[in-house]
Design a protein around this ligand. Structure first.
Ligand code: HEM
Ligand SMILES: N[C@@H](CC(=O)c1ccccc1NC=O)C(=O)O
Length: 282
């Protein structure tokens, strides 16, 4: 007679599942779940504040991985290991795709829901996300004014300043490009802590790559990986500003900026300008 599953439920221990974790590392130990799952501390009674907190915390976790991958990708490019770097850049693009999908969850929060706890946020804002700023700095969108909200935190300031002292991912890409096609000295020895200025000579060089991809395959692949990433990054910015307009309209931001007007201005930022402009020339 076959056993009835309801009368004698399956015991995974019979299948070898470990059931005793006294003194042994468990799933929760390895992942530090005690710390992560007790880090949600709503300041109001509003139901949606939990959504808001978790949305931001998960975004910061994905950004942590993006920083890890971007660091490694830049190191690989500097060491001449482009293939590894391409893998990492592809992953960073996927991370941003993940962040883009996540807006759908936050968009279930209506303006009325948000007003129940917006005042509790004080003057805090995503504008003060140091990981977001680090990602922008790593990619090449460098603006020293963005250090100021972090002046109260010496460690974060040091982290961001250290990043500004190193060539950005795009600076490294241009150094690789210059190994195959000559670039002006002012591009290669620029002060990397300053914002990047688009250059005709760089656009000419990238245009040459795109006109004969098969003879410059690695540089072509690198360029397309960068464009692919910027494509996802632009979508993130667009999703953000659209969600913000939907939730707070044209109110000023808690961080003190004009809100939607500031975020719309950021939509115009080009991380890898020549890689977009060359397309008109092909
Ligand atoms: C209802 C949801 C949200 C609203 C109303 C909102 C609103 C705003 C506003 C108004 C700004 C401009 C700065 C200011 O004055 O505050 C801003 C900046 C920012 N927000 Fe959000 N935000 C939302 C969700 C998010 C989420 C989920 C993230 C993910 C981490 C995020 C990350 C950022 C970042 C990184 C900036 C700085 C952007 C830059 O400087 O280019 N925001 N947000
Ligand atoms: N800047 C938002 C507040 C906000 O969104 C926020 C506040 C604290 C922590 C993260 C936030 N998210 C993104 O800016 C606002 O003006 O309503």
């Amino acid at each position: 007679m076959s056993k009835c599953p309801l009368n004698s439920p399956f015991d995974p221990a019979e299948d070898g599942a470990e059931m005793s974790f006294d003194g042994r590392m468990s799933y929760g130990d390895y992942l530090s779940l005690d710390a992560i799952l007790t880090a949600q501390k709503p300041l109001s009674d509003a139901h949606d504040e939990m959504l808001f907190i978790i949305q931001h915390q998960t975004s910061e976790l994905w950004m942590r991985l993006a920083v890890h991958e971007l660091h490694a990708a830049r190191d690989c490019l500097l060491a001449g290991d482009s293939r590894q770097a391409f893998k990492m850049l592809a992953r960073v693009a996927r991370i941003f795709e993940q962040l883009n999908s996540a807006w759908d969850v936050l968009r279930t929060m209506t303006p009325s829901d948000y007003t129940h706890f917006r005042d509790s946020l004080g003057q805090s804002s995503g504008f003060q996300s140091y990981q977001y700023r680090l990602i922008e700095f790593m990619l090449g969108n460098r603006n020293k004014a963005m250090l100021r909200p972090h002046a109260h935190d010496a460690d974060v300031t040091a982290l961001l300043e250290n990043e500004l002292s190193q060539p950005s991912l795009y600076d490294v890409a241009l150094r690789l490009l210059s190994n195959s096609l000559p670039l002006p000295a002012q591009v290669l020895s620029r002060d990397v802590s300053l914002p990047y200025q688009a250059s005709d000579a760089v656009m000419q060089a990238w245009t040459t790559i795109y006109q004969a991809p098969e003879t410059h395959w690695e540089l072509y692949e690198l360029a397309e990986k960068l464009v692919d990433f910027e494509d996802y990054f632009r979508r993130w910015r667009f999703n953000h500003v659209t969600t913000v307009e939907r939730v707070i309209g044209f109110k000023r931001g808690t961080g003190g900026t004009g809100g939607v007007s500031y975020l719309k201005r950021m939509l115009e930022v080009e991380l890898f300008p020549e890689l977009w402009h060359l397309r008109t020339e092909l």
